[in-house]
Design a protein around this ligand. Structure first.
Ligand code: CP
Length: 359
């Protein structure tokens, strides 16, 4: 069975195939109206959402299927203490495919161990959000006509911004792309994402004004208040980058401005009418690309999961102590680390790093 936990679960060829299907759906939606007749999608949202949940639901309805699920953890037996693996085991008896969002990193990965049906990660904490990436890629492709040889600026909260982590994982695999990381040092990319960029062309830049003239794509992000440990830490960085009409004047004529939304104040509403503002087009593309993804995964229910860890790289004697990791709230879960480099290892659920050997 194939699942989508992170963008790397898809080859570049498979990403291109999903985007091609999405473009065909846009051209002839009627041809897809019955493709999922008799099938059910479960949307399990343990964390709030507007776009992702509703676009998944709209996608399944437009494919002729039906939807069940919950929009908050408090509307499920989670409040009675039920674990993610138990919830998934139950729901996979009722649905043909599951899209889930959870505030803890690794929740969809743990769901795989108990699910009878494909799992789609609709966002796990500050970790990954691969279906937003498919949305972003479709938008870039429709606006620029390509996914390669682009200079892409990521601005704002690159530390907790799961959409950034997933989009980088995809765009670095297309030839000739360059990256500009626009953020304060305290909000820079986590180590597991930064390491992936090592062999690619990128620059760090603390000034949005300086970066603007270089960019083909500007990917703005919200500072993720809900992931900060203290209000003071959040207040110190929340207003650092604000895209307004004056800053837009510094951008190329064919710049494409993206934002996964929701926004707070990082893009002035005065920018919305600029033809280079593409973030509401992204919202619309999200439905089509999720239709294509549902079809892709349902067609491959009998294939083996492409997710593979080399057995010799796995470590079972370490314990992850991070509170943002799904292992911190799941009973009797097997903690698993993978070796990275010579002396380090990383939790396979949340990517927290530990030395391989204690000093
Ligand atoms: N882009 C995104 O994930 O939006 P929601 O949180 O509204 O789903």
């Amino acid at each position: 069975m194939r699942n989508l936990i992170q963008t790397a679960d898809l080859t570049v060829g498979e990403i291109d195939e999903i985007l091609k299907t999405a473009e065909d759906i846009i051209r002839q939606p009627g041809a897809y109206a019955d493709r999922c007749r008799g099938m059910k999608l479960a949307t399990l949202f343990f964390e709030p959402s507007t776009r992702t949940r509703l676009s998944f639901e709209a996608a399944m309805y437009e494919l002729g299927g039906q939807v069940l699920g919950f929009s908050s953890a408090t509307a499920s037996s989670t409040v009675k203490g039920e674990s993610v693996p138990d919830t998934i085991r139950v729901v996979s008896c009722y649905a043909d495919i599951i899209a889930m969002r959870h505030p803890q990193a690794g929740a969809p990965m743990i769901a795989l161990t108990k699910s009878l049906v494909p799992i789609i990660n609709a966002g796990d904490g500050g970790h990954y959000h691969p279906t937003q990436t498919l949305t972003d890629l479709l938008t870039i492709h429709r606006e620029k006509g390509r996914l390669d040889h682009l200079t892409v600026g990521f601005c704002g909260d690159l530390k907790y911004g799961r959409t950034v982590h997933s989009l980088l994982e995809a765009l670095r695999r297309y030839e000739g792309n360059k990256f500009v990381l626009i953020c304060p040092e305290s909000l820079n990319l986590p180590a597991y994402v930064m390491e992936e960029l090592e062999e690619h062309e990128y620059v760090c830049c603390s000034s949005l004004e300086e970066a603007m003239p270089m960019l083909d794509i500007l990917y703005m992000t919200r500072v993720q208040k809900e992931r900060f440990k203290s209000e003071a830490d959040y207040d110190a960085v929340k207003d650092l980058y604000i895209l307004d009409p004056d800053r837009m004047k510094l951008g190329k004529k064919d710049l494409c401005v993206l934002h996964p939304l929701p926004r707070v104040n990082e893009i002035s509403v005065a920018v919305d009418d600029d033809p280079r503002a593409c973030y509401f087009k992204q919202v619309e593309n999200g439905k089509y690309v999720r239709m294509a993804l549902i079809l892709f995964l349902l067609a491959r229910r009998r294939e083996n999961d492409s997710r593979r860890f080399a057995k010799e790289d796995l470590i079972y004697h370490k314990v992850c102590t991070k509170s943002n990791c799904i292992t911190s709230t799941t009973q009797e879960v097997q903690h698993i680390f993978k070796k990275v480099g010579k002396n380090r290892c990383r939790c396979i659920y949340c990517e927290a790093e530990q030395p391989l050997f204690e000093q």
